[in-house]
Write a protein that binds this ligand. Sequence first.
Ligand code: ZN
Length: 250
Amino acid sequence: MSILFNALKLLIVLLTPLSAMAQEPVEIHDELQSQGTPYKSIALTLDACSGKYDSDLIQFLIKEHIPATLFATKKWLDRNPEGLAVIKAHLDLFDVEDHGENHIPAVIGKERRVYGIVGEPDLIHLRREVIEGARAVEQATGISPHWYRGATAEYDAEAVTEIENLGYKIAGFSVNADAGATLKKTAIEERLRNVKQGDIIIAHMNKPASDTAEGLSVALKYLLQKGFVFVRLDQVNVRDITTRGKSRKQ
Ligand SMILES: [Zn+2]
């Protein structure tokens, strides 16, 4: 009897965090898998959510030959033909991946929100967000995306399963450089000072009025001087380093 009771208690303990996790979206954190090379590899990822085209930032990357993975929504691609033309002329540097159709977070259920942005009512809507986002990238660049990053970079467990079943890898990050393009230049420099091998940096290329271009220009040059080599996500594998249940933007 007591064995059964203890087994039941154990089961409850084991199941509780799982059920709690299902309610809370998780911010996925990744880093580059060790490639067995002597290079100090890192990746720069830039989100184009909605909004405009940060020409200063993209021109800086072109000038310095810094490759980057760009996560663009259909919304952004439709509204920024000038930016898209520049990116398409430099597909040797830029890998364009899927950031969804309309920038809706991958959390499921009525009234669910992340940072005030309403999520998806059901899995059918999530599927549309992912697939139509991918179609837009393919139509814009001629290349099918293989990575998905949802709006806000937070995901429900069932959304993760759905996105992976659709054939996309989920792109997390390990260093949040600009907190949604809200940080000042010095704060961005500060956040990038301690970048280490394997880090995946997230920043934004859709807010030209922000300090992001200015902050990254200084910080990325510093990282180049330190011998880091920038790689794109279509060239590497990543490793999940998410601390479950403790997810918040840095
Ligand atoms: Zn976004």
